[in-house]
Design a protein around this ligand. Structure first.
Ligand code: IPE
Ligand code: IPE
Ligand code: MG
Length: 244
């Protein structure tokens, strides 16, 4: 409990395969994926994790069959609507990153409501990545920076890591220390490319609908056994730890 990551990011993957294993439709997998979301959000809040980012829908996911996309959007609307009281009860503040202009009107309406209704909560920050992709985010940041330079609000010489990250959708959140991906895929799939620069990556074969608190604890224990060097030598890191 003393060395918890303050920000955990999760690529929730494997809903479709989970359903297929059971001879069910992909949407059945997504429906059960919501159970895992509930369980993991609760675990994170209980532990006192400050930020949890969940990759729920990527920009590329719009290219899935129409039937699956509309099913997912309906599930999104229902889930947000139903979960707001629980979020409030657990003092959880909701945030959204992604191109929400792509979402159906009803989803946007529910999201806006949920953001407002949880805005004063001070516990866990739950960041939902919806219609999100990192290249979309970085392109937008570059566009905005170009505009600010043109309007003399920013000098090109002043652009640093610190300034750049203020143009990202995650500007209010620290970088994740731990990134988890379920379902045995070893890739990033356009998720937080800039922010994950020094994150510890954890991959598990567990499919998202089977992922529960115990699986999260396992990932955190694994993270706690890692030496994070940030480019330095192991000796330097140990010296720094010894001198506090
Ligand atoms: C993750 O599960 C959920 C979304 C991407 C929306 P998938 O739907 O990608 O499931 P698999 O990877 O096909 O098993
Ligand atoms: C990544 O999963 C996106 C989400 C989990 C929301 P995908 O299933 O879309 O990723 P790929 O296509 O396997 O890389
Ligand atoms: Mg997938």
């Amino acid at each position: 409990m003393q060395r918890l990551p303050s920000h955990i990011a999760i690529i929730m993957d494997g809903n479709g395969r989970w359903a297929k294993e059971k001879g069910e439709d992909r949407l059945y997998g997504h429906l059960h994926g919501v159970e895992s979301v509930r369980n993991i959000v609760e675990a994170a809040a209980e532990m006192g994790i400050q930020y949890l980012t969940l990759y729920a829908f990527s920009t590329e996911n719009w290219d899935r069959p129409k039937y699956e996309v509309s099913g997912l959007m309906e599930l999104l609307v229902d889930t947000i609507r139903n979960e707001v009281p629980t979020l409030n009860k657990n003092n959880i503040k909701l945030h959204v990153i992604g191109d929400t202009s792509m979402l159906p009107q009803e989803a946007n309406y529910e999201l806006t409501e949920a953001l407002q209704e949880t805005a004063n909560n001070t516990g866990l920050n739950l960041v939902m990545a919806l219609s999100y992709s990192s290249r979309w985010e970085i392109n937008n940041a570059v566009k905005q920076i170009a505009v600010d330079v043109k309007n003399n609000k920013l000098k090109s010489d002043d652009i640093s890591n610190e300034i750049f990250q203020r143009y990202l959708t995650t500007k209010d959140f620290p970088d994740p220390e731990l990134m988890i991906r379920t379902s045995g895929e070893y890739r990033i799939s356009n998720f937080l490319l800039y922010q994950l620069a020094y994150a510890e990556l954890y991959f598990t074969n567990t499919l998202w609908p089977d992922f529960r608190k115990e699986n999260l604890y396992e990932a955190i224990l694994d993270y706690q056994g890692r030496e994070r060097r940030f480019g330095k030598t192991g000796e330097q890191v140990k010296d720094e730890e010894a001198t506090g």
